[in-house]
Design a protein. Structure first.
Length: 320
């Protein structure tokens, strides 16, 4: 038997969504230690799995690996479509567990496109591989235009920069009781609409924020500068998505971001991916106050939900 354990990820934003620039997408994000995905797999003659999505991944993994089957059990999973990378982490965990149960190399980066992963952002794959803060290089614009190529006919974006996230940094996650974020066909349609209209000038501003603010902050372990910088990248990204999600942030994320930003315990806040999860950047000395700020943000927004403070993850998926 093989067991694979990995965490979620934050997706801060894309570097470029304009067709007028050489490379499309290019993601900024980082790996979280919690919440987690835990998947077990044992050799079997057929695929046996009572988790619908994991079963599909297991069937495809067996076909890619050239094995007969596996008995797959999902012990823990990320909340689906809330902005924490549930689809990619589950798919890669299943692939890796099935491969290791059969004594095979999962070759995650190579096979991720066959599982439908890494078609825009490479942060999820990179976080699964080695954790940390990740900036990926995006895709050649001429290959992607407004649509991804067919499944398996792209490469996962290479990692342009990776840094360990300081161990004393923390991230407050505020998950409101709201509809799940966009996924699958709905996400494809929205992204196509955004890319067709995207202003290249925003990409240039984001490039400046990433190179002059985000990267220096993570390289120098400056949590206050990092929080402010990723918050700026998130706001600029939101201008691209405003028509698709009802504002710079998807409601009620905007109210939550405003409340978190007002707290002295939080150095910067933003929406992860399509949300509804909102994150705040803090450190261990301010973690309790940041958690309180998260609950206060939910109260101020008039919505229920959950708040947790989590550590960064600077290692990839663990295999037993």
């Amino acid at each position: 038997m093989a067991r694979v354990e990995t965490g979620g990820r934050l997706h801060v934003g894309f570097c470029n969504l304009s067709l007028s620039r050489d490379r499309l997408y290019g993601s900024v994000g980082l790996a979280l230690d919690e919440p987690r995905v835990v998947v077990d797999a044992e050799r079997a003659d057929t695929v046996v799995c009572d988790h619908h999505n994991a079963r599909e991944h297991a069937e495809r993994a067996c076909a890619l690996l050239g094995v007969d089957g596996a008995h797959v059990t999902v012990r823990e999973e990320l909340p689906r479509h809330v902005g924490l990378g549930s689809g990619t982490q589950l798919a890669l965990a299943v692939l890796t567990a099935v491969a290791r149960a059969h004594g095979r190399d999962p070759r995650v980066r190579e096979r991720a496109p066959e599982l439908g992963r890494g078609g825009r952002s490479g942060v999820g794959v990179a976080a699964f591989e080695a954790g940390g803060f990740v900036l990926d290089a995006g895709h050649p614009t001429e290959r992607f235009t407004t649509e991804r190529p067919a499944r398996g006919e792209w490469d996962v974006p290479p990692v342009s920069a990776r840094h360990a996230v300081p161990e004393d940094w923390r991230f407050v996650l505020v998950c409101p009781d709201a509809d799940p974020g966009k996924s699958e066909s709905g996400e494809e349609e929205s992204m196509r609409s955004v890319v067709e209209r995207a202003d290249g000038a925003l990409a240039d501003r984001i490039a400046g924020a990433v190179t002059r603010r985000v990267l220096p902050a993570i390289a120098t372990d400056d949590v206050d500068a990092f929080g402010a910088a990723v918050a700026e990248v998130g706001r600029l990204n939101g201008a691209w998505y405003a028509d698709e999600q009802g504002g710079v942030y998807r409601p009620p994320a905007g109210a939550l971001v405003d409340e978190l930003t007002a707290s002295p315990a939080v150095t910067g806040a933003g929406q992860s991916s399509w949300g509804p999860v909102v994150y705040g950047v803090t450190d261990v000395s301010r973690a309790d106050a940041a958690e309180d700020a998260g609950w206060s943000a939910l109260d101020a927004a008039g919505v229920g939900g959950d708040v947790r403070v989590v550590e960064p993850r600077n290692v990839g998926a663990l295999v037993e």
